[in-house]
Write a new protein. Structure first.
Length: 443
């Protein structure tokens, strides 16, 4: 406790860090307040059916990502997921389309163009998703819930929902530029945290009413903490490759002649495969217009406990783990950099053999990492099948927990970097915090 108090004092002493943290908290507060602003023309007292619909299933997960804005019929109801979907499409096009490949190689100017195209694609996705959301509102809410009707309400609501998500996206970019941590990830995380007390309260009430008692609830909480520990190990786990640097003498100075290590993370992609895969899993629900389908394809992909939902979700996570790892970890570039600096891996020839060796090691450690990532992601399904309340089950491993762990570690790592740069002790006595930002680029 004494060390924690001392660390907080050190954070307060650093004016830049203090300003960044306060700025981030202020932006997040604006986002949370906006999630309670109901669309004009809708009676906020008539949202009971919508809240009931989003209390479970895939729509419950979507509501959790938006921090409850979905069930509040808020101006931020569509959340940040359309932007994530657009980012997925653009990154995939970076592999197949030569134009986007050229942009990726143009440095900062290319990155700005890609960001601008992503924004335009986000608007296009929003113009498709907003009518689906309004269709769901008309299906779930009573007629008297709509103070305004007709084309004026529809057009104005589509524009407001679109502007709402664009505004949330802008808030995230401002956090990244002037705050602390990755803005988009923090916005997703704060929405998840906002739903955690409600989920825990619902599980507590169901155990008391169902006669399960506090003992079972205590066991569930212990298992929940164990899953958190496993998630942290997954995010932080690394394998080190030794690199020997040859001795060079330039003038009167000696360079090289030392051994260093390349840390290859078991899960270099962090939580990005989870976010990408989850964004794609929302598509069937969006296409169906959020309507309640009793059977068939739409029904299978709107129940997070169904076999095909979890099989597809796990498969997408494994694929995206390899895809994102290949983007951020380039074995050829790593081998070239080592060769230029007089480094080599003992027993491996420099150049192509080195890149093949690194690629082989990355493939071997990424496979178990991706499988474990997929397993934790589908754990809510097992929790739901064992009788855990649907709202609390979403936190029992799965997307929400991994995002919380990854984003918190990332943010703490950035705070620790500011402290260490100014010769203060870090947040952890045992050493530096290892977040996913150390091995993966933020979204």
């Amino acid at each position: 406790m004494k060390r924690l108090i001392e660390t907080i004092k050190n954070i307060y002493k650093i004016e830049e860090l203090r300003s960044r943290i306060l700025y981030t908290l202020g932006i997040l507060l604006i986002y949370r307040l906006g999630s309670f602003v109901v669309l004009p023309g809708i009676d906020p007292n008539q949202l009971d059916n919508l809240k009931q619909q989003t209390s479970e299933g895939i729509l419950g997960l979507l509501d959790m990502f938006s921090g409850g804005a979905f069930s509040n019929a808020s101006i931020f109801a569509l959340g940040i997921m359309p932007y994530i979907s657009a980012s997925i499409v653009i990154q995939l096009m970076g592999i197949a389309v030569p134009y986007f490949q050229r942009l990726q190689k143009e440095g900062e100017s290319g990155r700005k163009k890609i960001t601008q195209i992503t924004r335009y694609l986000t608007v296009l996705i929003l113009l498709l998703q907003a009518p689906s959301y309004l269709t769901n509102l008309h299906a779930q809410l009573p007629v008297e819930a709509f103070v305004l009707t007709g084309n004026f309400f529809t057009i104005s609501s589509i524009l407001i929902l679109t502007a709402g998500t664009i505004f949330v996206m802008w808030l995230g970019e401002k956090i990244t530029d002037k705050g602390i941590g990755n803005g988009i990830s923090l916005i997703i995380m704060i929405g998840i945290i906002a739903r955690l007390p409600f989920a825990f309260g619902a599980e507590f009430a169901s155990r008391i009413e169902g006669g399960g008692g506090l003992v079972i609830l205590l066991v569930e909480v212990i298992m929940f903490l164990l899953v958190i520990a496993g998630s942290i190990l997954l995010v932080q786990g690394t394998r080190r490759i030794p690199v020997q640097y040859a001795k060079r003498i330039v003038g009167n100075k000696q360079y090289g002649g030392v051994r260093q290590y390349i840390p290859l993370k078991v899960n270099a992609a962090g939580v990005m495969p989870i976010i990408f895969a989850q964004a794609l899993m929302f598509i069937p629900t969006m296409i169906a217009g959020f309507t309640d389908s009793g059977s068939g394809f739409a029904a299978a992909f709107t129940r997070y406990t169904s076999f095909w939902y979890n099989f597809t979700f796990a498969l997408l996570i494994i694929v995206f783990t390899y895809f994102y790892t290949a983007i951020i970890m380039n074995p050829v570039q790593m081998a070239d950099d080592m060769k230029k600096n007089g480094g080599f891996i003992p027993g491996v020839k420099p150049g192509k053999k080195t890149s093949e060796f690194i690629d082989s090691i990355m493939s071997k450690i990424t496979l178990p990492g991706s499988i474990f990532l997929a397993f934790i992601a589908i754990m809510p399904a097992f929790a739901g099948l064992t009788g855990v309340n649907n709202q609390f089950a979403q936190f029992y491993g799965g997307t929400s927990l991994l995002i919380l762990v990854g984003v918190v570690l990332d943010t703490l790592q950035q705070i620790e970097s500011h402290l260490l740069m100014r010769h203060y002790d870090g947040l952890m006595k045992s050493g530096r915090i290892k977040g996913r930002a150390s091995g993966a680029a933020a979204m």
